[in-house]
Design a protein around this ligand. Structure first.
Ligand SMILES: [Zn+2]
Length: 229
């Protein structure tokens, strides 16, 4: 049997998983788990010169394609599905070295993908850090009285990726004074005023905001005037 290439599925060598118990027409061994039909008779893989091939079950498309490409001799394993009335692919038989090579290539691909994902994550983290740094610098420019630590915390909070917070909005990206001030104001509202407690006490939000507005503006004014201690 010549190791002919198998350019398409239709002219691939076929190996059958028999539904019935069959013995090899040549060596009489059996029942055969896999057989080849030659002149209408079942042959075992050894007698059909396919005994050195290994079975690769269907399921991993890339691995199957690569293993068949690397294999000088390969066969498609099918089994008859009585209910559906048709033969169905179970996998392929390929040379062991070809399968090993295909597995290595697939692993290398997976590793390459993993490394690329890690690189992307690192780049995003660096972008986030740069953005937060610029944001903090802008806070300190507009509010020199805002402690550095606090500016970093506000900037970090505002620039968390994908959070939809002000730092990721178009204005925040551009570090507009409005966006930066809005982030600082929000922080002051929660930390320098009883805003959260008012909400917890059941005060309506507009009313709570009204009550603390003076305090918020006082802190902003103070931070915008003097250098931080
Ligand atoms: Zn045989």
């Amino acid at each position: 049997m010549a190791p002919t290439p198998t350019p398409s599925r239709s002219d691939a060598l076929l190996v059958f998983q028999p539904v019935k118990r069959r013995n090899c027409a040549e060596c009489r061994r059996g029942p055969l788990p896999l057989l080849v039909l030659e002149e209408g008779k079942p042959w075992c893989l050894e007698c059909a010169d396919l005994g050195h091939l290994v079975f690769l079950p269907r399921g991993d498309t890339a691995l199957t394609r690569r293993a068949r490409e690397a294999s000088g001799l390969s066969a498609v394993v099918v089994r008859f599905n009585r209910r559906r009335g048709r033969y169905e692919r179970q996998g392929v038989l390929v040379e062991e070295a070809a399968l090993a090579l295909a597995e290595e290539r697939c692993l290398a691909d997976a590793e390459a993908r993993r490394r690329r994902r890690a690189r992307d994550a690192r780049r995003r983290a660096e972008e986030d850090a740069r953005f937060a740094e610029a944001f903090a610098a802008e806070i300190r420019r507009l509010f020199p009285g805002c402690p550095a630590e606090r500016a970093r915390a506000i900037a970090g909070h505002a620039s968390v990726r994908g959070s939809g917070r002000v730092g990721r909005s178009a204005a925040g990206r551009a570090l507009s004074p409005e966006a930066v001030t809005a982030a600082v104001r929000a922080s002051v509202r929660h930390l320098e005023t009883p805003y959260d407690q008012l909400l917890m006490d059941g005060v309506a939000r507009p009313e709570a905001r009204r009550r603390i507005a003076g305090r918020v503006e006082a802190v902003l004014r103070e931070w915008s005037l003097r250098e931080a201690a």
